[in-house]
Design a protein around this ligand. Sequence first.
Ligand SMILES: [Zn+2]
Length: 340
Amino acid sequence: MDDIIGEALDRLINVEMRYASGVPRGIIHRLYDAARAEQGRPLTTLAVEAIMAAVKPGDRVLVVTGAGAPPYLPAGETDGPLGAVAIAHALDRGLGAKPVFLSEARNLGPIIATAEAAGLSCLPEELFAARPQAALCEALVLAPEDTMAQARDLIARHRPSMVIFVEKGAPNAQGKFHSITGMGRDRTLMASADHLHAAAVAAGVPTLGVGDGGNEVGFGRIPEAVAEIQEFGRECRCGCGGGVGTVVPADVLVVAAISNWAGYAIAAGLALASGRPEALHDLEVEADMLAACARAGAVDGLTGRQAKGVDGTTGATQLAIMTMIHNIVDNARRPLMRGF
Ligand SMILES: [Zn+2]
């Protein structure tokens, strides 16, 4: 996928639509600029090129998602599952690869519902291995004494050609997890994405991180920028002495105003690069995914409403973004004979 398309997709998915108060705003374009300067080319392009280089037909790819924590978000957020499923759907339909979803057990309901809305059935291992349009779903353990062993086991058992993190929170230099508003989160409630990342790196497996705040896997590439730009970047409110930014990097970091949108842009790029337009889910599927995700218990992470919204943006906005992404890649793949 060329840089012209990547540039257009990057710009579209980085339009911030935050509420006027209560959450950090005016931030996403600065985080994007920092990630772009550090990586040099359109982030969507880099992600698509990395996936195309690493993932072959039949390969397994670990897709890790799930944001938020109890008690307020007992089954997670609508931001994360849809982007993760969009990429998984593109891996399956575009590249013939095998997606394995990983999240805290509490988040799997909405992830499975979202995947099924996209025609990706979450099946037992045998069936998953035997047929396309299938995914495997596994729960990440939370007990601190087990997380590293599980991470190594997941890499050894699935031998993935890539590990993709979508809106997946990760710890700061003190090993502490945080919300973007600076609140500390009990580590025993959060999957150890840092351990999974470390296990992937140790096995030589490439990683991709997608995020919208600075506390998600991938932002360890630009820790100084997050410290500078985010409201609680230097100092959190939990007293650990660090900021909300994570130290966990990724081989490619994609920044977007809403993480799902980065997933859509990457899926669009995979559809283009693979020559399979159907790898990018359509608007009808998008609407079904959002409804299914909320129905299964996920909430808008900003408003806390179990409704068709994502990070304070409406269901209509998700469809609008998808409409424009489709238009960008549809036009990119066909010549125009103007005839005048
Ligand atoms: Zn802290």
